[in-house]
Design a protein around this ligand. Sequence first.
Ligand SMILES: C[S@@+](CC[C@H](N)C(=O)[O-])C[C@H]1O[C@@H](n2cnc3c(N)ncnc32)[C@H](O)[C@@H]1O
Length: 210
Amino acid sequence: MLKMRWEYPDEDELLHSIISTYGGECSDNEYEILWKLAKQYGRNGYILEIGAKFGISTLILANASKLVDGCKVISVDASTLEMDRSFLYVPKTDLLITGWTRFLHYYKNLYLYDLYDHVISINAKSQEIADILDCFISLLFIDGAHDYESVKQDWIKYSPKVISGGIVIFHDYIAPVDVKKVIDGYVKPNPQFVYCEEYSEDSLYVVKKS
Ligand SMILES: C[S@@+](CC[C@H](N)C(=O)[O-])C[C@H]1O[C@@H](n2cnc3c(N)ncnc32)[C@H](O)[C@@H]1O
């Protein structure tokens, strides 16, 4: 039975209903950290999410920021552009679906959680639209394409848009190895960004801009 956003008056219940929605790729602990960070940092500018898939991280970021009257989420994903390439296996189900079907699930999730007014969805490759996305970012979540060149471009093109005091969260630090290579080669040597050890649990790597 599908439930609507307003059927979850309690914050913990809301968070756990999102985490249990199928299609998410972060651990429960990682989603709880994202939730906390979006409430803390999602107040000025925008939250920018690169890589939404079914929108589970979108639901986490947008619901958390909405709870504190925070900023909107810009959510970038290339899902429909992948429609001819392959079918995707949906974790915990028997579903094999295309990019377009995934996009419909994403939209359904935004609808169920009443987020159409709080999320700006962009269906494109993040690296290709960085120049026209003219915005200040208070929280940047990088979880899109995981190959070295794409992660590098996401960092190079979007980190300058992060405001002072804003944060950048990488998912999948360690594996696949390309994400780690970008963090070791570009993020760690950048003196403008300080490592946030307290939030960097599981495969999240978090830095704050000074
Ligand atoms: C790991 S999944 C994101 C999972 C999501 N953050 C969550 O936790 O629910 C990666 C997503 O990035 C998208 N993607 C791949 N290449 C991309 C690109 N160049 N720009 C934007 N999104 C991309 C894929 O379509 C996929 O939906």
